[in-house]
Design a protein around this ligand. Structure first.
Ligand SMILES: Nc1c(O)cccc1[N+](=O)[O-]
Length: 241
């Protein structure tokens, strides 16, 4: 997969040289390219923004500069992704869908955002344009969201995560539940012991205990996820909880 990130702060994406994503890039599993939007400016001051029509505080990023950049970077197969507080909330389902694409282009807005005609232009040209939010809070730009998107999508690519089984039981995974609590050595720490069942070696009981804790945790913290569960996914033991 190829992912292009276009931003006025390319150094912000340096963290993607580290850890699993960095290793995936070195192994050729992920072709990640970061571009400075100012490369597409034509004026002496390398201007990327201007005042908003209709008035109001802040500045808006210019459609002409973004259009030049995205025309060059999208190529024939790029799917445009725009991190924005006004987007659909990004979920694991979005990550899975984006991981199935061959080429993503992430346009990182700053200031008050990118002129709305940019998304409109590429939708009118028949492109898939995903405006996605990583959460209901205010950031200074899309770069942090781009880091989240690249990591969430990149780790799903074949060969990136060492043990693909570990992708199955995660929070927001196939079961649609939050992850159960995890424990490791020492068996007693600060006077706190691990749950006995986890040291029992009885795998059926351990599996049951883990599902019970995942259901309880999800019901307490994310009742919306419980409500979204397919009833058929709950067995009679689950319903008795
Ligand atoms: N929340 C936010 C923002 O304030 C600015 C750019 C992108 C996002 N977001 O993706 O959630």
């Amino acid at each position: 997969m190829r992912i292009d990130v276009v931003t006025v702060f390319p150094d912000y994406l340096a963290a993607l040289d580290l850890s699993l994503i960095g290793k995936a890039r070195q192994a050729g599993l992920l072709d990640l390219r970061v571009h400075d939007l100012r490369e597409w400016t034509t004026d002496r001051h390398r201007t990327v923004d201007d005042t908003p029509f209709g008035g109001g505080a802040g500045m808006v990023m210019r459609p002409d500069v973004w259009g030049q950049a995205l025309d060059d970077v999208l190529g024939a197969d790029g799917r445009l992704v725009i991190p924005t507080p006004s987007g659909e909330v990004f979920t694991q389902r979005h990550a899975e869908a984006l991981a199935a694409e061959s080429h993503l282009v992430i346009a990182c807005g700053r200031y008050e955002g990118i002129d709305a005609r940019v998304a409109e232009h590429y939708r009118a040209a028949g492109r898939e344009v995903s405006e996605l939010s990583i959460g209901d809070y205010v950031l200074n730009g899309g770069e942090v969201a781009a880091l989240v998107l690249v990591e969430a999508v990149g780790r799903l690519l074949p060969g990136v995560v060492g043990n693909p089984d570990s992708l199955v039981e995660e929070s927001h995974g196939a079961a649609g539940l939050l992850e159960y609590p995890v424990y490791t050595k020492p068996p007693v720490w600060d006077g706190l012991e691990i749950p006995d069942v986890l040291a029992s070696g009885h795998h059926a009981r351990i599996d049951r205990w883990r599902r019970d804790r995942a259901l309880e945790r999800t019901a307490q913290r994310r009742p919306d996820m419980i409500a979204a569960l397919d009833a058929a996914a709950l067995d009679k033991h689950d319903r008795a909880l």
